[in-house]
Design a protein around this ligand. Sequence first.
Ligand code: FES
Length: 166
Amino acid sequence: MNGSGVCSCGGATSEADLALRLDETIARYQSVPGGLIPVLQIAQGIYGHLPEPALLRICSGLNKSYSEVAGVVSFYSFFSTEPRGRHTIRVCLGTACYVRGAHRVLAELKQTLGIEVGQTTPNLQFTLEVARCLGACGIAPACLVGSVVHQSIKPNQIASILQSYE
Ligand code: FES
């Protein structure tokens, strides 16, 4: 499922269906101590991100204040209130990667995608992020696209790497 409410199987899912699934989840966790985080995780799985109406529904269903729920969402980096791309690109800016040109790779990605770090392309294909070390310093500069590591990247390889994910 992506942020537009379209399943990866190609079938459309209505807002009402999504809300129903969220309500079922809330009901399941209503009396479970610490149920807020699993509800948020499942809600993000349902919507692809955590839109405002879903957060309000969770507040009311779990009887929590908006500030409490919003505080949890902003504390954990894996929660997102904005739609995310199908593929998350993480450019390593750790020392080994940086000295081998990761900043030029990042600049090329920003220019090619037309977005800044933390943003998602309008077609919801890519979200751009940075990382501090991917544990792959020997193949620097490295970046992750989803769970795939790309190694020894040069700026002039960016276009073909992106094309392989289109
Ligand atoms: S510094 Fe980039 S992988 Fe370690």
